[in-house]
Write a protein that binds this ligand. Structure first.
Ligand code: DCP
Length: 233
């Protein structure tokens, strides 16, 4: 009887998901090294959530080519190529169907455009014509392809804190990342998610203090659980 009860509950959830036709979709955003992957992995314990971690490994190995490394080593030559591939992998994640009522996704087309591409435009890393092509792609996708977002979790961290974390995790491609770059990315996240200087912020923002270290951060993550899980009917 217990088994039948569980099966019935699962079937009801599935039916409700397909009735609602799409999952409650949460984007996890924040500076490099702010703990996005750790945040997403915290939700592994809940079965009603699909977790989509960022495809960094795909960026590091596209048919044997490490685009992330090429971009950091020679941004003038590779930033455009890298960002166009990032956009494709992000779009694939936005569109990936799920069978659960909640979908938790690391990063998005939006942070790619409003933080990373915006920084490259401001700094002149990409030519204005290259920026125009990336921006036209972004506008086209935004206009023509449904990308549903219900909540953005912003892991807000101090640039010097993430600088230390990046140094410690020692991802080979990121060895050249200076503090000034993290400061610039921080302001761009703030502009997008807090000051709302872009017309587009596709959902309400839940802010989390991401400066805390691993031993304390679980408590901080727990605070967001009810906002995310209450959608898992
Ligand atoms: N990156 C980029 N342009 C993007 C997205 C990411 O240049 N549109 C780069 C920055 C980092 C690497 O890709 O070098 C991964 O960055 P993220 O901040 O997306 O992921 P992290 O692994 O740093 O996340 P966290 O440490 O918060 O889990």
């Amino acid at each position: 009887l217990r088994r039948i009860g569980i099966l019935y509950e699962k079937a009801t959830k599935l039916a409700m998901t397909s009735l609602n036709s799409r999952p409650f979709t949460v984007l996890v955003e924040g500076n490099i090294g702010s703990g996005k992957t750790t945040f997403v992995e915290h939700f592994k314990q809940f079965e009603d959530i699909s977790l989509l971690t960022e495809p960094v490994e795909e960026w590091r190995n596209l048919r044997g080519w490490n685009l992330l490394d090429l971009m950091y080593k020679d941004p003038a030559k590779w930033a455009m190529t890298f960002q166009s591939y990032v956009a494709m992998t992000m779009l694939e994640m936005h569109r990936r169907p799920t069978s659960t009522p909640v979908k938790l996704m690391e990063r998005s087309l939006y942070s790619a455009r409003y933080c990373f591409v915006e920084h490259m435009r401001k700094e002149g890393t990409i030519h204005p014509a290259q920026f125009a092509v990336l921006d036209e792609w972004f506008r086209f996708i935004d206009r023509e392809i449904p990308i549903e977002v219900d909540l953005i979790v912003y892991l807000r961290a101090t640039p010097s804190v993430v600088y230390e974390r990046i140094r410690k995790r020692a991802r080979s491609e990121e060895q050249c990342v200076p503090l000034s770059y993290l400061e610039a990315l921080h302001s761009l996240h703030e502009n997008w998610l807090v000051n709302r200087t872009h017309a587009e912020c596709p959902a309400p923002v839940l802010m989390i203090d991401a400066d805390l270290d691993l031993s304390q951060i679980t408590e901080e993550y727990k605070k967001s659980e009810h906002q995310i899980l209450r959608q898992a009917v």
